[in-house]
Design a binder for this molecule. Structure first.
Ligand code: IMP
Ligand code: MG
Length: 206
């Protein structure tokens, strides 16, 4: 049997079916909200805008771990400029799906951002509390400029107004996984954004 042909036909069903990607996660997924192709198309668009906007400047991308690592990798390869990278890690929800509003810095930047053009890269803006805190924190370090790129935003549940210059998609106020976003550290490597069946996380919320 030609393994290559077998592999292809399995994947040809659809690039976005779970069976063709992570079969073990399939039974937990309720609905794919944004396909992998749509995510990639949006990132190319954002990358083009950022490339134009920052031409001739030295751009520093700051990724918010862990959720933004997938976006950071894809976005950076769609920005055709010399880039520098740094990362911060902040505490998030843990295993639950509701924000506590408490933000703790678990890992700070490696370098000063004084005088630099900074683009903060986030996976999702839910209540907006994490981002609001991070922006206040980073602004105090006197960057030359500070903007935000976030793949997803849930405007209906956002609690603080935020200026997100490069925003991928608005989504309804539902809990989503994939493309960097986790539930209990799972599902981050799915190439699309999807909702979980209630039974996939019900036992984790007490
Ligand atoms: P916020 O402070 O409520 O805006 O939430 C910020 C963080 O919560 C994000 O960076 C994510 O890590 C996490 N988060 C918010 N909504 C979701 C979701 O729908 N799925 C997975 N993680 C989420
Ligand atoms: Mg998280």
């Amino acid at each position: 049997m030609n393994t290559r042909t077998g592999h292809r036909s399995e994947r040809d069903t659809s690039a976005d079916t779970l069976l063709s990607h992570v079969a073990e996660f399939e039974h937990d997924i309720e609905q794919i909200l944004i396909s992998g192709d749509d995510v990639q198309a949006k990132i190319r668009e954002l990358g083009d805008r950022i490339t134009e906007d920052y031409r001739g400047r030295d751009l520093l991308l700051i990724g918010v771990l862990k959720g933004a690592f997938v976006l950071m990798a894809d976005l950076s390869r769609n920005i055709r400029l010399p880039l520098q990278f740094d990362f911060m890690a902040v505490s998030s929800y843990g295993a639950a799906t509701k924000t506590s509003g408490v933000v703790r810095i678990m890992k700070d930047l490696d370098r000063d951002i004084d005088g630099k053009d900074v683009l903060l890269v986030e996976d999702i803006v839910d209540s907006g509390l994490t981002l609001a805190y991070l922006l206040r924190n980073l602004r105090a370090r006197k960057p030359a400029s500070l903007e935000v790129c976030a793949l997803l935003q849930k405007p209906e549940v956002q609690q603080v107004p935020l200026d997100i210059k490069y925003r991928g998609f608005e989504i309804p106020p539902v809990f989503v996984v994939g493309y960097g976003l986790d539930f209990a550290e799972k599902y981050r490597n799915l190439p699309y954004v999807a909702t979980l069946k209630p039974e996939a996380y019900a036992h984790m919320i007490g």
